[in-house]
Design a binder for this molecule. Structure first.
Ligand code: HEC
Length: 196
């Protein structure tokens, strides 16, 4: 727009594709904000990098991670203290959560139907580490790393462990095709856990 006959004194002598620039002063509030950021940066530098009073990102992360781990291991300990009183759940929601966990983490080794592959058959009456629900829960928590059964402590939440254990409990007595042959020493239906 060029309605005034004399050119605007603020107009700078350059243009690009018809776009011109006015040399306005920046608003005072903006300039002051800018100065404030400079002052702030001096304080920031002194606090974090010279006096080293504050935690940098990595240290802060480390702290939060430790706090999180402490929470997690407290929850696991609490859960493990109540282990022996656990019984399998038949709640539909628990079982469907258990199925999701099983399909995601366990089926590759134990087969989706529990018939056994790398891991043993979970459907028959023969158990390597005890047949009780609690024996199963303990094996899931601790694993048998030297035999290829992973340790799920800290990977799965306590609620996921009990739900997947409840889910595999429903395999008992089912007869999937081509099951893995029994790997135990003797059938067991009751009795104390042989795993501690
Ligand atoms: C990498 C393969 C692998 C994965 C994944 C795996 N297991 Fe296992 N599992 C095994 C093996 C191998 C054994 C047998 C350990 C032994 O011989 O002592 C086993 C044993 C078990 C037992 C004890 C069986 C018995 O006869 O006493 C249970 C229960 C079990 N697994 C449940 C699970 C659950 C639940 C998951 C998923 C959270 C899972 N496993 C994931 C390989 C696996």
């Amino acid at each position: 727009m060029n309605s005034s006959p004399t050119p605007d004194p603020l107009l700078l002598p350059h243009e690009a594709d018809g776009i011109k620039e006015l040399d306005n002063n920046l608003p005072r509030w903006w300039v002051w904000l800018f100065y404030l950021t400079i002052i702030y940066s001096v304080g920031y530098l002194a606090y974090y990098h010279v006096l080293k009073k504050g935690d940098l990102q990595a240290a802060e992360y480390e702290k939060e991670w430790k706090a999180g781990e402490a929470l997690k291991s407290a929850a696991i300990q609490k859960f493990e203290a109540t282990l022996t009183a656990l019984t399998p759940s038949s709640d539909k929601q628990v079982l469907s959560q258990g199925m999701v966990v099983y399909t995601t983490y366990c089926a590759p080794c134990h087969r989706p139907d529990g018939g056994g592959l790398v891991g043993p058959n979970l459907c028959d009456d023969y158990w390597i580490h005890g047949s009780n629900y609690v024996d199963n829960v303990k094996i899931i928590i601790n694993g048998v790393p030297e035999k290829g059964m992973l340790t799920w402590r800290g990977v799965l939440k306590p609620s996921e462990i009990t739900s997947v254990a409840s889910y595999i409990y429903t395999f008992r007595g089912t007869k999937p095709p081509n099951p893995k042959p029994r790997e135990d020493q003797a059938p067991k239906t009751t009795g104390p856990s042989e795993f501690e």
